[in-house]
Design a protein around this ligand. Sequence first.
Ligand SMILES: CCCCCCCCCC/C=C\CCCCCCC/C=C/C(=O)SCCNC(=O)CCNC(=O)[C@H](O)C(C)(C)COP(=O)(O)OP(=O)(O)OC[C@H]1O[C@@H](n2cnc3c(N)ncnc32)[C@H](O)[C@@H]1OP(=O)(O)O
Ligand code: FAD
Length: 643
Amino acid sequence: MNPDIVKERQNATFNVEKLTNILDGSPEKTRRRREIESMVLNDPDFQEQDPNFLSRSERYDQAVRKSAQMILKLREFGISDPDEIYYYKNCVHPDRPEPLDLHLGMFLPTLLNQATPEQMDRFFTPAWNLQIIGTYAQTEMGHGWWRCSQRASCSATTPTVLPALTSEDWRPQATFDPATQEFVLNSPTISSIKWWPGGLGKTSNHAIVLAQLHTQGNCHGLHAFIVPIRDMDTHVPLPGIVVGDIGPKFGFSEVDNGFLKLENVRIPLDNMLMKYAKVEPDGTYVKPPSAKLTYGTMVFIRSMIVGQSALALAKSCTIAIRYSAVRHQSELKPGEPEPQILNFQTQQHKLFPVLATAYAFTFVGQYMKQTYNRISGDIHEGDYSGLPELHALSAGLKAFTTWAANGAIEVCRMSCGGHGYSRSSALPDIYVEFTPTCTYEGENTVMMLQTARYLLKSYSQARGGQQLQGSVSYLSRLQPQPVSAGVPPLNIQDLASLVQVYQLRAANLVELAATSIQQELQLRHSQEDAWNSSAIDLVRASDAGLLSVPQALQVSAHIKELLIQLRPNAVALVDAFDLNDKKLNSVLGRYDGNVYEHLFEWARHSPLNASEVPPALTIIVIIKHNQLIGSFFPRSTSLSTST
Ligand SMILES: CCCCCCCCCC/C=C\CCCCCCC/C=C/C(=O)SCCNC(=O)CCNC(=O)[C@H](O)C(C)(C)COP(=O)(O)OP(=O)(O)OC[C@H]1O[C@@H](n2cnc3c(N)ncnc32)[C@H](O)[C@@H]1OP(=O)(O)O
Ligand SMILES: Cc1cc2nc3c(=O)[nH]c(=O)nc-3n(C[C@H](O)[C@H](O)[C@H](O)COP(=O)(O)OP(=O)(O)OC[C@H]3O[C@@H](n4cnc5c(N)ncnc54)[C@H](O)[C@@H]3O)c2cc1C
């Protein structure tokens, strides 16, 4: 054990195990989490080659092998609780998305939320047993999201055939054919090819495809269909299915994100997910109780992503803070030993806010999950009243936490200097695997605008005298203040006072956005143009701080004081996240702090070190010996060598 890190732990002023229990929810939950962890980390079937030294195809193959083992073991150990599955999976594939993510995270939950009992028997049971492997295909090459109601090509009441449509307006279509009791699915244009779904490229044999439903000559907007894409025995693509991998990406190397072109693919009537919307055998369309229920799986994953932001931050600051405790640089005072870099105020100022955010997001993630479970329980009982708030909260928190975490991971990486740039630190991988959360499940700006839409509606209800409940109740309580009213009083030591200032700022920003829309409406006369011209204010309204210059200076001084108070407990606070070394997989973030010897050891495994003279270098050796010069270069430009 590195002596610096030993001293850090001796200096801590609280019981780390108790804090771990609080983060987990209870001592029993900590015990069970560790039990699952050791099932995976001590299981030889999950041993792997360091993916840093593998090609993409090798990484995919290794991940598929581990995922298959994972499903067998989950069955063997009878693990079926979604939280436990999620935890087990995260130990099997630490930090890395894998080919079955979409199957577990979106295909199964969409069936649970939108399938009829008959469809549950036909699809969910085989999918649970991994006979059916599914993905969720919404995004297309030309469109990540749809606004059906505003497009001439699709509206619940619009006839299918419309004049003045360009081919680019067309999206994947599912047209009901009553003669055969089938839907005919087509991707009419290049831009309508499904693009991005995880596990689609090679792994899945089924996809939930989001397509426009056409029946009896009318288009009814986006609906979900279960489409078999590969033969269940041979895994070969079925007729009419053009499917494959979209190629290498920034990260996600283990995942076969794919494309899917549908060419007159026929599926039975009862392959449309019909828990809510229905098509009768004669083609009659039965509306769902709420059209928004189609988007339910996205709300589930967005809620989950809030917790993933916390985990990515916990990992990043564990690595950076432990490393900063063992790394020494630059004499502070001449003649004295070099200090731990964690003693530099600037280093603390980089890392301690990340640490605080990791804690805050952990609790926000738990709150989001509880809210999701509560409201989705109501929805299952037929009460849809909480859906707008759940959508606004999950979309806004997904965007806010992923943006914040994305920036903070990079702060942690840079705070480790050069070694942070090495893949041995794990920080580059954490970044590339985390950063697409800002884009997928709804691009963050689009998500902030969804939240702003809810805030503005709530604002106008509050101004109309309604007493609002839940997360927007502050809009009823607080009267937005004009700038001339000055800044509110603030006690920066008092949490309640800080919350009140945040709420006031939020209320002011919502009012600012509403005023902007009103002004723009007078200028532009169209609600949509006014909305777009106020979009910057709207996004700000979803991301609410209202301080005077002296108050800001007071906050700054207080932060410096807090850095000093936090310093003795920094290592203990990251230890409390209880991230096992094998899961963390970072040379810099090792629990024992023995960084340098393991860094050297890790580098020696680089494939470039497999031979002292890599084969490609023989050409240089030959050139050096002047044997090729005559044939490679004209005499006049021949190299001068000393040999
Ligand atoms: C037993 C089961 C076992 C389970 C085991 C669990 C184990 C877990 C393992 C987990 C494993 C892995 C983790 C998962 C990893 C996931 C990887 C994710 C990969 C990525 C996938 C994707 O990206 S999928 C594609 C996602 N795409 C999007 O998100 C598109 C974003 N666009 C939108 O959301 C658009 O807004 C939308 C298309 C929804 C609507 O646009 P539009 O038609 O323009 O609508 P608006 O006019 O703006 O709004 C209309 C009204 O609808 C309301 N609304 C919009 N969205 C929603 C919603 N989601 N919910 C509720 N309401 C919504 C909106 O507010 C408007 O309402 P109003 O009243 O009219 O104001
Ligand atoms: C790693 C990864 C995995 C994915 N997995 C899946 C999957 O499994 N299944 C699936 O269906 N999809 C998947 N996706 C696709 C993902 O859901 C989309 O990329 C995402 O929804 C964003 O859509 P887009 O790419 O069309 O971006 P665009 O919507 O084209 O966004 C581009 C820019 O335009 C801006 N913009 C767009 N609309 C508006 C607006 N109304 N107002 C203001 N600004 C706007 C955005 O803010 C952004 O800056 C995945 C993507 C990635 C990167």
